[in-house]
Ligand binder design. Structure first.
Ligand code: SF4
Ligand code: SF4
Length: 215
């Protein structure tokens, strides 16, 4: 939570809201997701505002910065906090576990489905995190992944199964060596600078990892 900032949507601020102090993990404080920070004056503010960690200083939720996110998403009212990431292209909705399934109700669910349609066109992803439970929402449905750690990434791939073609979502640790191979194959500039042997080796590593996953 922060003082109003010029890049915020006009009229929006953290006033009356401290939801990110509950729903997000704060590594510097060893605070897990979905538990109130011990420094939070709930609904009022931060009791250590001047000394709060950099993670807290740097954080602005999607409601504050994105004009296309409606007023009904104010976290204090919706009990959900939206974060946006460009790498990977991901919108995450953190849901208060004390209000389970609030995201499934309108107007929220209609917004989430619209975002999922936009994300699908831009190789992005809409993720719902409710306590330790994580869901990926796509235009045609949702996949429940169960618990996903903060140091895990979600990889999506097209897959053909007995019931036809679909998208499968898999979790992988950020520091898994296969991630370097995936990044090389995904990053056009890096791929242009790589030799044919390096690209072939990266493909071999990714294929081997997926084959292992399929077992
Ligand atoms: S959830 Fe958003 S509006 Fe609420 S305190 Fe955090 S940054 Fe401010
Ligand atoms: S240190 Fe302050 S701003 Fe950071 S999570 Fe705790 S209460 Fe919120």
């Amino acid at each position: 939570m922060n003082e109003p900032f010029a890049d915020y949507v006009l009229g929006r601020s953290c006033e009356g809201c401290t939801m990110c102090c509950k729903l997000l993990r704060i590594e510097a404080l060893d605070k897990p997701r979905s538990q109130w920070c011990k420094h939070c004056d709930i609904g009022t503010g931060c009791k250590i505002y001047q000394e709060r960690p950099t993670e807290c200083r740097d954080f602005d939720c999607g409601f504050l910065t994105q004009a296309n996110i409606g007023d009904h998403w104010k976290p204090a009212k919706s009990r959900m906090v939206i974060t946006l990431a460009t790498e990977p292209n991901r919108l995450t909705v953190f849901v208060d576990p004390d209000r389970p399934d609030v995201w499934r109700k309108d107007p929220y669910f209609s917004d989430i489905k619209n975002w999922a349609r936009t994300a699908a066109k831009n190789r992005g992803r809409v993720v719902i995190t409710q306590g330790t439970d994580v869901f990926v929402v796509t235009p045609d449905g949702e996949t429940r992944l169960g618990p996903v750690d903060d140091d895990q990434l979600i990889i999506s791939r097209r897959k053909r199964g007995s019931s036809g073609a679909g998208v499968e979502h898999i979790t992988v640790n950020r520091n898994d060596p296969v991630m370097a191979a995936m990044r090389l194959l995904k990053d056009r500039d890096a791929a242009k600078n790589a030799s044919p042997d390096e690209l072939a080796e990266a493909r071999r590593q990714v294929d081997a990892w997926l084959a292992q996953h399929d077992k």
